[in-house]
Design a protein around this ligand. Structure first.
Ligand SMILES: Nc1ncnc2c1ncn2[C@@H]1O[C@H](COP(=O)(O)OP(=O)(O)OP(=O)(O)O)[C@@H](O)[C@H]1O
Length: 388
């Protein structure tokens, strides 16, 4: 996609941290406002279901959101940033008590059932940690990439490393590391004191081969601004912390545009050819595990990977290798589906993106529960498939 074209779907960037209190929400609020000031259309999903703080930080008053005529939630808006948060749905200050599946349901709603309008960037302020909820989120949403916020202390970096690995497992690219509370600038004399260790974020970025997006100094004004609902980038635009937020926002917007692969999410209905993802250019140096193009011809799905490799998989073969619980025994991995029951004329009817690591597929026999990871699809190349 040419950089000047507006993306059909916003770039979804998850802001994560290995543990709570490192300043993830403060970073999200400030870079969102900095991106909006730079002319981008920005939305924020406060995915920190149990401790939503974005509305307070952006000065959004409490109150239930309005509904659009299409029965979608109208997001709150402050300082040029659209916001959806659990805080807007609960009546009091008590944290929401929700079980895992409900969390996913709410977050699906925050993304799909909200009248976002056209957006360039959608930031997701994730709950802290690297547990199930974070993994579910990373799998449920077609994230363009994730950012890890860390403080300079060793323990925090160890946890950040775990967060990076988790994202890598679900094929979500790490856009970079942000080091927060990195040195204290004395308001009287301007001397920087490194209260915690120094340079840890940079070291971990280097070690893991990801970009170091920048460091935000420890600044007491950040706390007051968060409490007043006026982010530091607006309240103290000349401060070095504000400059750091702006620089990170610029780098992040840039690096998110560089991600290779077809834009997600997409949902392609083959019967009327709607929603087909636009191809992007494949490069020899491109990542082998990202898709550059999808097509369908003569009863087969045609996949072009970002490194230029082409693959042709027939609709019937795809149906036969389905790994869902109805088609495979979960314990032994043996096929339950009897190939004799699969028509020779079976067709793919829909193909959709599942995060940035898999495709969902529906067939003319009504079967639509299979998830085909890119990894599994690639191992199908050149394989003699078990067949009738
Ligand atoms: N650079 C900074 N300088 C000084 N204080 C900061 C800085 N960044 C964040 N803080 C303060 O640290 C506290 C925690 O910040 P924040 O709520 O953003 O963390 P968090 O990682 O989102 O936490 P949680 O995930 O547990 O909600 C807040 O009081 C915030 O004002």
């Amino acid at each position: 996609m040419a950089q000047t074209e507006l993306p059909a779907e916003p770039r979804m960037i998850a802001i994560s941290s290995g543990k709570g209190g490192v300043g993830k929400s403060t970073v999200t609020a400030n870079i969102a406002v900095a991106m909006a000031e730079a002319g981008l259309r920005v939305g924020v999903v406060d995915a920190d279901i149990y401790g939503p703080s974005i509305p307070r930080m952006l000065g959004i008053p409490a109150g239930k959101p309005a509904m659009s005529p299409a029965q979608k939630v109208i997001p709150a808006e402050a300082h040029g940033v659209k916001v959806m948060s659990m805080a807007m749905l609960s009546d009091d200050d008590s944290p929401a008590i929700l079980r895992g599946p409900m969390v996913t349901k709410y977050l699906q709603m925050f993304i799909r059932q909200v009248e976002w309008g056209a957006l360039d960037v959608l930031l997701l302020d994730l709950p802290p940690g690297t547990g199930d909820i974070q993994l579910t989120l990373a799998q449920a949403f077609p994230l363009t990439g994730a950012v890890v916020v860390s403080t300079p202390q060793d323990v925090s970096l160890k946890i950040a490393r775990r967060g990076l690995r988790m994202m890598e497992q679900v094929k979500v690219p790490i856009l970079g590391v942000i080091e927060n509370m990195s040195g204290f600038t004395c308001p009287e004399c301007g001397t920087v004191t490194h209260i915690f260790h120094e340079g840890g974020g940079e070291a971990i970025a280097r070690e893991l081969g990801v970009e170091f997006l920048g460091k935000v100094p420890l600044d007491p004004t950040v706390v007051d601004c968060g409490d007043d609902g006026r982010p530091l980038v607006l309240a103290a635009p000349e401060s070095s912390a504000a400059a750091a937020y702006r620089s990170i926002a610029t780098r992040l917007a840039g690096s998110a545009c560089d991600i290779v692969g077809i834009a997600t999410p997409f949902a392609w209905t083959l019967t009327d050819d709607t929603g087909k993802p636009a191809p992007v250019q494949a490069l020899v140096s491109g990542p082998a595990d990202r898709l550059a193009a999808l097509d369908h011809a003569d009863g087969a799905l045609l996949l072009r990977w970002a490194d230029g490799a082409d693959q042709r998989l027939t609709d019937r073969d795809l149906r036969l290798v389905c790994q869902c619980a109805q088609c495979r025994d979960e314990m032994s991995g043996k096929r339950i589906l009897n190939p004799e029951n699969v028509s020779l004329n079976i067709n793919l009817t829909r193909v959709w993106s599942v995060g940035n690591y898999a495709l969902g597929m529906a067939f003319s026999d009504g079967h639509d529960t299979g998830i085909y990871t890119f990894q599994a699809l690639q191992t199908m190349a050149g394989t003699e498939l078990e067949d009738v």
